[in-house]
Design a protein around this ligand. Structure first.
Ligand code: M6R
Length: 603
């Protein structure tokens, strides 16, 4: 968690540091700070609270320095206070450091540094004090930085500035760090949106790289100090895509971006006429010899993974979804006939990285399904397929779920083709439905009906979401979205599970969202009747053609008629809208729900 940014170049650094932090706020937002290098020494300003608090505390015109670092925090060690906010400094105030990740051996290092005065509860603070030790021993900033990094274990991305030099030093190990190049400045950041309004040229640093950037250029060296080349790529994200574009919240903007995101996910991959699916990024033999699929993921991505298990099982391919945080600690047996797919929007989720690392060397094949080009997971897996959803800033995942599921539908088709010896399935109906999906989502967005549901029920005690088959992960995702941004209790269940326990909680004040996708609907309708008999209000999410549920539902959220495999994506859009509207009516901080962060880079 946490977002770091750094900038060197011509002109004052402060404005670009603060805008970078605003664009990284999704990574953490309980405190923030900046440090700039001035002729009088290092100037640090940091505050508990969101970036706005920091901005209000700073008179930008009086903050000098063309070189600086910044940080927005999601607490791991110590509460969100001014003292625990980054940057952290040494006893002499000659260095300042920002850090994302966890220093596992900070307690031992702190013991060794007992002569130093520590002013925070953070693990990070050992870094400036170690730097101070090496500077006192006569090393220059770069060597002091390198020797300090050698002492650290854990996961980190670090940027540091030193008094008397306009060079910023940075490194990463297990946490993201990217380098940006503009005509008059260089940038380091946890993620590209931090500097996208200034440059679209990006180089992805590798674990162990040490970068030294100064106004005239930069060097990158590996762990052994050898110079390495990390080529720059041009990112084709529009900077406006990383802004709110007129919407009140990123979450709503991203819900409305789903038709475009889905077009991108499908583009060039599916041929409904031939019933064929191609991924240009996959080698011809990517799935040769595969007979079992494991999917590892967390949160919303786990729900997309669970959805995929039904798709794959339907195609005769044994598939299991695992919470990656469990898989990594206790991996099930795998061999060279197992494909392990890491589903992760950010590509930086520590649990999912750890799950993939846990099966390295077993012969199992690995595939990353991610949104973020160059993210860590892409370097840990043999192959990568991008979901092409564009930047997702809102903490609540929305368009990434739709794009993950659409891409997993295509992958299931390709796996089915490959494992059946190259025999195409009768899949042109499905691929036609997939091609129509962006327009179908647009129809829901053009005539949203979720508002009256949210208005009627937004102050209930508790909310249940039920479904079977692919409607089960949609129910789980509906509940996750609802609880995450409304702070109300919401649970998702398989409709089959309801009368094995949860039904005891159902009252007239427990709205039940029932998801119908065109398969197993009769059984789900029986379950709806059971909760209705307990006076619970029913909100059905169902296809246009389906009128059977109307007699038993208090509200019906319609989705366009489509193929069963695709219907779950449409149902989920309706549930996203209900959650958003309810959270808005409750005046919740929708893009930055309490205690959460967009990218969970610690286990
Ligand atoms: O980046 P990832 O997809 O790996 O993130 C996994 C979860 O942290 C994430 O899906 C989380 O559950 C959502 N932000 C919830 O809306």
């Amino acid at each position: 968690m946490c977002g770091i940014t750094a900038r060197v170049g011509t002109g004052a650094a402060i404005g670009e540091l603060l805008s970078g932090l605003r664009n990284l706020e999704y990574r953490g937002y309980d405190s923030a700070g900046v440090a700039t290098v001035t002729p009088d020494g290092i100037n640090v300003v940091k505050h508990q609270g969101e970036i706005d608090v920091l901005c209000d505390a700073i008179d930008q015109s009086s903050v000098r320095g063309t070189t600086g670092i910044g940080h927005t925090r999601w607490s791991t060690h110590g509460p969100p206070t001014d003292a625990n906010a980054h940057p952290h400094t040494d006893c002499l105030g000659q260095v300042a450091v920002v850090h994302n990740g966890i220093i596992d051996n900070y307690a031992e290092l702190k013991d060794e540094l007992s002569a130093h005065e520590f002013t925070s509860d953070t693990d990070t603070e050992v870094i400036p004090h170690l730097l101070e030790e090496f500077l006192s021993a006569g090393y220059g900033p770069e060597e002091a930085f390198r020797r300090t990094v050698d002492q650290l274990s854990g996961s980190y991305a670090i940027a540091a500035v030193f008094e008397g030099t306009d060079t910023v030093f940075g490194t990463r190990s297990g946490s993201p760090l990217v380098l940006g190049r503009a005509s008059d400045a260089y940038y380091l950041a946890s993620d590209v949106p931090a500097f996208l309004e200034y440059t679209d040229e990006v180089a992805y640093l590798h674990d162990g790289d040490v970068v030294a950037m100064h106004p005239d250029g930069y060097t990158i060296t590996d762990t052994d100090g050898n110079s390495v080349d990390r080529p720059f790529e041009t990112i084709d994200w529009d900077p406006n895509d990383a802004g709110k574009g007129g919407f009140d919240h990123y979450m709503l903007k991203e819900i409305y971006e789903q038709p475009a995101a889905l077009r991108q996910a499908i583009r060039g991959r599916a041929d409904p006429l031939e019933g064929r699916v191609e991924f240009e990024e996959l080698p011809e033999d990517a799935f040769a010899g595969i007979d079992t699929v494991h999917l590892v993921a967390m949160g919303t991505s786990y729900h997309a993974a669970l959805y995929a298990t039904t798709l794959l099982s339907d195609r005769g391919i044994p598939a299991h979804a695992f919470l990656s945080g469990e898989y990594g600690s206790n991996p099930p047996p795998v061999d060279d006939s197992t494909l392990v797919i890491a589903v992760t929007q950010s590509g930086e989720t520590a649990d999912t990285l750890s799950a993939i690392r846990s099966i390295q060397g077993t012969g199992a094949h690995t595939l990353a399904l991610t949104n973020v080009v160059g993210s860590t997971i892409t370097r840990e897996c043999e192959n990568t397929v991008y979901i092409r959803a564009g930047p997702e800033i809102g903490v609540a995942a929305t368009k990434s779920f739709s794009s993950q599921v659409a891409t997993l539908i295509l992958l299931s088709e390709r796996l089915s083709y490959d494992t059946n010896g190259g025999t195409p399935r009768e899949s042109s109906d499905l691929l036609s439905s997939l091609a129509a999906l962006p327009d179908d989502v647009q129809r829901i967005l053009d005539e949203p009906t979720a508002e009256s549901v949210a208005a009627t029920y937004h102050d209930a005690d508790s909310y249940f979401f039920i479904g079977r088959g692919i409607a089960h992960p949609v129910a789980l995702e509906g509940a996750l979205k609802f609880k995450e941004i409304t702070y109300d209790h919401a649970e998702g269940f398989s409709a089959a599970e309801l009368k094995h326990g949860p039904l005891a909680l159902v009252t007239a004040n427990t709205p039940v969202f029932a998801v119908f996708t065109g398969r197993d609907d009769t059984k789900t309708l029986h379950n709806v009747k059971e909760v209705r008999a307990r006076d619970a209000p029913i909100i059905a999410v169902t296809a246009d053609r389906d009128t059977k549920v109307d007699d038993y539902a208090d509200h019906v959220l319609r989705i366009p008629d489509t193929h069963h495999d695709v219907a779950g994506i449409l149902a989920n859009v309706q549930l996203q809208l209900v959650s958003y509207m309810a959270a808005d009516m409750l005046s919740r901080p929708i893009d930055k729900p309490r205690n959460l962060a967009k990218s969970v880079t610690v286990e």
